[in-house]
Structures are given as C-alpha cells and as structure tokens.
Design a protein around this ligand. Structure first.
Ligand SMILES: Cc1ncc(COP(=O)(O)O)c(C=O)c1O
Length: 304
C-alpha cells in the first residue's frame, strides 16, 4: 500500500506524462537570408533525450494492453542508439527486463546511458546482424522483440502525438515537414496525420548521401527496408551529405543555441535548402536528440 498524499496521485505526476509535448521553436538566424519560416521541434526535450521516447512508450504500452507482455517479462531489441536508451528508460519505468543488441561501434555514452537504466547489452557485427540475432533470440523463447522496424505502434506513436502537436503548434500553417529516416516511424506517422488535415502539406524524407555515415539514419538495402515504410507517404527524398550535416549541427549550437545530433543537423540543412527554394514556406523539421549524446565524437570541437 502506498501512503502517497492523494494530491499527487494524478497522471501529471507520472514520468509517463513527460513523453512528448515538446517545444517548437523558430530558427532566428540560420534562415534569415530567406523569406521562409523554419521551425524546429525539439525532441531532445523528451525524458530519455530523443524522439524515440514516443515509440518506445507506445510499443510497450500497446503490447501490455494486448496482454502480450506483463511486468517482469524480458524485452529484446536491435538498436544502434536512441531507441535503446528510450526502451531502457520505459522498461525501467514499467518494470521489464531489457536486452539491447547493437553494432560494436556505437558510441560509449550511448552504451553507458542504456546500462544506466539497467539494460543488458549484446554487441553484434552490424545492424543487420543485430536484427537477425534479436529474432533468433525470440524464436529461442528468450523474450519478446518489439521490432521497431515493423511495429505499427512505432508509426502510431507519431500519428497520435507528434503529428497533432505540430498541427496545433503551427495553427495549421505548416507547408513542409522534414524528417530524417531511420525506422521511418516518425515520417510515416506524422505524414499520415498531417495529410489527413491538409493533403497539400509536403512531406520530405532524408537519407544519408551515398558513402555518408550519419548516426540514426540509413540508406537501407532493399531487403532490409523497414516494413512500416510506405513510399507513397513521402513526397520527396533528399540526400544528406555527412559533412553538411555535421557542419550544420555545429552552426545550430553556435548560432541558435540549439544542441542537437548529426541527423538533426542534416534535417536543418535540408530545411534551409527548401527555405531558399520556396519563399513562403512554413517548414517544420525534427530535432531528434541533443548534442550531449555526440560529445565523445569530437565533432563539436571542429572549427569551420
Ligand atoms: C539520431 C536519430 N535520428 C533520426 C532517427 C530516425 O527516426 P525514425 O526511426 O523515426 O525514422 C533516429 C532513429 O533512431 C535517430 O536515432
């Protein structure tokens, strides 16, 4: 029996309540050479520090609601970073064991963040190998794989929260939505919601240019394309050069005071190209996480 004061039993005092409802801020300087408005949705403000808190929370809550899992069960996921940290946080919050499988080259602070939330880590040779290993462990009865790449609850998280927040925060004035693509959950869910409100809104997806390496996003080989991805929900795909993503990430921090990771730098770079192209555009881009997560890469120490 809890003896908590009844004044503090409301949902608003639960950590659950802190997932989502992130700020939307206008770029004040980087886009000032254009006539367009560029707005950044600060997903690093989520409790475990990234946009992935939304699908992690929804995938676990929906599996619970369907009776697929109960407290004390083991969950398994292949993830190179933010999803792992988010799942580890939600698993701790809801009382699950979390096993995370990831490529060995994932950054030290990401691995430490997952362990801090009590998750068990297994290293694999590549992301593809990690995904295969997770499915094999599930087959062997070691736990439930949430499979963010094929789980409709990943898309639904953004359909139910990110999309409506953006629509409301822009008063319906958004003309372009820009998002980097990893599992594609963000772009699928937001696109579905925004197109229902106004089919003219342009949905722009980002992938690393050939040979570029940007944490969290991929040019997927055809056979590993996330099954939640529906090409018809994206109007335009832009290739992001790694060097521009990194440079813009530094500019964001130095000239706007917005701390973000490389994929978010890429999203801002693409938004600025659109702003130069389309004078009256109201562009919303996703800032997936915070720069703290990338400090050990040394990328912030580079002088441009
Ligand atoms: C840093 C970063 N950027 C972008 C993304 C892409 O988001 P989504 O998986 O919803 O496509 C992710 C996803 O893991 C990420 O961690």
């Amino acid at each position: 029996m809890s003896n908590t004061n009844p004044d503090f039993l409301a949902d608003e005092f639960l950590l659950d309540h802190c997932v989502g409802n992130t700020p939307l801020v206008r770029l004040q300087r980087l886009a000032s050479h254009t006539q367009a408005t560029v707005l950044a949705k600060l997903e690093g403000n989520n409790p475990a520090g990234s946009v992935k808190d939304r699908p992690a929370y929804n995938m676990i809550m929906q599996a619970e609601k369907r009776g697929q899992i109960k407290r004390g069960d083991t969950l398994i996921e292949a993830t190179s970073g933010n999803t792992g940290i988010a799942l580890a946080m939600v698993a701790a919050m809801r009382g699950y064991k979390m096993i995370l499988i990831m490529p060995g080259n994932s950054s030290q602070e990401r691995k430490d963040a997952m362990r801090a939330y009590g998750a068990e880590l297994i290293e694999a040779t590549s992301m593809e190998a990690a995904r295969d290993m997770a499915l094999q462990m599930q087959k062997d009865g070691k736990g439930l794989v949430l499979n963010q790449f094929g789980n409709p609850d990943n898309v639904e998280a953004h359909y139910l929260t990110t999309g409506p927040e953006i629509w409301k925060q822009t008063g319906g004035k958004i003309t372009h939505f820009v998002s980097s693509m990893g599992t594609t959950g963000t772009i699928m869910g937001v696109s579905k919601y925004l197109k229902e409100q106004n089919p003219d809104i342009q949905i722009v997806g980002l992938q690393p240019s050939e040979g570029s390496n940007i944490a969290g996003i991929r040019r997927w080989p055809q056979e590993y394309l996330p099954t939640i991805f529906e090409p018809s929900r994206v109007d335009r795909i832009m290739d992001i050069p790694q060097i521009e993503a990194e440079k813009t990430m530094r500019q964001l921090a130095r000239t706007e005071g917005i701390s973000a990771g490389t994929s978010s730098g890429g999203a801002v770079w693409a938004s600025l190209r659109l702003a130069e192209e389309i004078p009256d555009a109201v562009i919303v881009c996703i800032i997936c996480d915070r720069g703290d997560r990338y400090l050990s890469t040394g990328l912030f120490s580079v002088q441009d």
